[in-house]
Design a protein around this ligand. Structure first.
Ligand code: NAP
Length: 271
């Protein structure tokens, strides 16, 4: 398919600008709409073959309801939201257009899509789905199809729990009154990486992180499992019995298997 017009609602934002560049460089015409652009989202959608919702999840749900009904079966409605269950349900409910949910597992600071993961949740139709996957794979993205519930359950760990731990680590430094300067003066390379990741989270849009944790209904389960792991780890590692502590660690190592060596190599590259 050539001469495709792509309308990005939220094209003035971080991910919207990133995908505007991506699709423009691939030779497509890209229109953008934000809350302050002269062109309204609805008008942008009317002129586009492909409409991308690149706005916070709450706004995406509202735009699916507003824009969905004016789209035809020949158009594609897709989104870039970090959660997939509610937005897929909403897009399918409010439009007859083809529907695809996507979640780019990278942020706007990424230089190239090559080697980056993108989850694709098929919604309705196959023509535009194939077009999109081809566009992404042509630039060597790693595209994985997944149903929305499985995606959100996985993200409860990959994003929800991970960011939750980073927030709690930042709060712990605050409660212990350990300043970043003091922490850095004693840091190992591993801790340096961790404290940089804390700074990274708090330097960005806090409402995005609040959503990644708080809007995913599966985070509560992941957190309950994590809290039970904390209790076990406390009992074993703080038992004063080295044999018991090592047996506990060894049990986890046997679950992770060969990945431990892969993880060592990968993290050595970063450190
Ligand atoms: N940032 C990431 O690392 C990342 C990664 C993967 C997926 N995502 C997902 O991509 C989507 C966009 O994220 P982003 O980081 O690009 O956000 P962002 O930089 O804050 O951009 C949001 C865009 O949405 C527009 N917008 C329209 N209605 C809005 C409303 N009611 N409230 C707020 N903004 C509204 C904004 O328009 P104005 O021009 O009026 O401000 C702006 O263009 C989110 O669903 C997010 O979960 C983000």
């Amino acid at each position: 398919m050539s001469n495709i017009t792509i309308g990005i609602i939220g094209g003035t934002g971080n991910m919207g600008r990133w995908f505007k560049d991506f699709f423009s460089r691939a030779g497509h015409t890209v229109l953008v709409a934000g809350r302050k652009t002269p062109v309204l989202p609805l008008d942008t959608a009317k002129k586009s073959d492909v409409v991308i919702l690149s706005v916070p999840i709450e706004a995406a749900l509202a735009y699916a309801e507003e824009i969905g009904p004016i789209l035809s079966q020949d158009q594609l409605l897709m989104d870039l939201c970090s959660l997939k269950e509610t937005i897929l349900t909403s897009m399918l409910r409010f439009t007859k257009a083809q529907v695809v949910g996507t979640h780019p597992l990278f942020g706007p600071f990424t230089d190239s899509i090559k080697g980056q993961n993108i989850i694709v949740c098929p919604g309705r139709g196959t023509g535009w789905l194939k077009w999109l996957e081809d566009e992404l794979r042509r630039k060597e993205a790693v595209v994985t199809r997944m149903d929305p519930v499985t995606h959100d359950r996985n993200m409860a760990v990959v994003q929800g729990l991970t960011h939750f731990l980073t927030v709690c680590m930042g709060r712990t430094l605050q409660k212990m009154n350990m300043s970043p300067d003091e922490a850095i003066s004693c840091s190992t390379p591993v801790f340096r990486l961790k404290i940089n990741l804390i700074g990274r989270l708090f330097s960005q849009d806090l409402s995005l992180y609040a959503s990644l944790i708080g809007a995913n209904r599966h985070v509560e389960d992941a957190l309950a499992t994590f809290m039970s792991a904390v209790d076990e780890a406390k009992e074993s590692l703080l038992s004063g019995q080295k044999g018991r502590a090592i047996a506990y660690l060894d049990d986890i190592r046997s679950f992770l298997g060969d990945f431990c060596q892969d993880g060592l190599k990968e993290s050595n590259k970063i450190l």
